[in-house]
Ligand binder design. Sequence first.
Ligand SMILES: Cc1cc2nc3c(=O)[nH]c(=O)nc-3n(C[C@H](O)[C@H](O)[C@H](O)COP(=O)(O)OP(=O)(O)OC[C@H]3O[C@@H](n4cnc5c(N)ncnc54)[C@H](O)[C@@H]3O)c2cc1C
Length: 336
Amino acid sequence: MRTLTNISAVPYSTFRFNAQLATVTEFGSVAELENFHSDTTPVVLGEGSNTIFMQDLIAPVCRFVADSKTVTQLDPQHVLVHVEAGHNWHQLVSWAVEQQLWGIENLALIPGSVGAAPVQNIGAYGVELADSCLYVDFYHWQQRKVLRIAAGRCEFGYRDSVFKHTLAGKGIIVAVGLCLSKQPAPVLGYKGLDHLSADAAINTIFEQIIAVRSSKLPAPAVLANCGSFFKNPVIAMQQYTALKAKHAAIPGFIQTDNTVKVPAAWLIEQQGFKGKCYGDIGCYKLQPLVVVNHGAGTPAQLEQLVTAVQQQVQAAYGIQLEAEVRMLNAEGQPIR
Ligand SMILES: Cc1cc2nc3c(=O)[nH]c(=O)nc-3n(C[C@H](O)[C@H](O)[C@H](O)COP(=O)(O)OP(=O)(O)OC[C@H]3O[C@@H](n4cnc5c(N)ncnc54)[C@H](O)[C@@H]3O)c2cc1C
């Protein structure tokens, strides 16, 4: 275990606001967690690719950095991969692809740690973490032990899980168990993959995902960002039908429960935000759902942009956009 004090938040958030962090404690094992005591609820952090520090943080930051993985045969076709939370997500996907293990190849190039993956049930190109997750090992601060939470009890939903609700602030994920398959199972329904043949090799899919994502999304190391800033809103069919009558081009994807998911990027672009900046903060010129920090952006500029986007989309379509990114105040509480 090591604790750093009064350090810059820049390396701890891909949005790179220059806030100060009072303490960052890194844990290399569950035994180290057992020896940790804090009077205030810690802010749990992975690689900070979905976190923005809007103010200097007085709440302590905790990170679980152990990153081993073990593989166990479940049956002739499936393996269990038990991965510690500090493992980088994309490196895990690359490894699985090398091993010809199917299930997470569509989630290539999503930044961040394995430990954060269940929190918002990361998803892309028709696949979510929930599709391969068997369990999540969660160290509970009060109970002072690791609870194994079966996937069925993780309440996975669209960018959602129990870790954002009942278990928010209650502990830290230390490992994730994934079931991966030796049997090819390509998921090719999404735009950008639909031209691949039905028996495409896992490496082909992986490389195609990387190519498509790289062409659309700015790499955080080059241009600071936290990926999609807003969730795609899911609205009632009745509301969608009424909107369609007024805005014929509005796209929508019908969900299994007959609600409709509307691409937030379309709503934002229609309101003229593509490439628009408030100071050094703006909507990315190729993908307006991604908010970028061109270098010297400030929390006030980000507030201005987010408020303007939300107000204009609300006024035009009656839809309230919800932030996917976590913006934290000094006490470590989300501000939106
Ligand atoms: C360029 C770019 C593209 C992206 N594309 C996608 C995408 O396609 N799909 C997608 O779903 N997301 C995407 N994201 C968002 C981001 O990659 C994910 O949210 C990722 O899981 C964040 O990982 P992290 O370790 O950086 O999390 P952090 O930002 O450090 O934390 C995010 C959340 O997880 C919690 N958390 C982190 N570690 C733990 C832990 N060990 N235990 C308990 N809670 C923890 C934090 O408390 C916080 O609530 C993208 C981000 C960027 C910058």
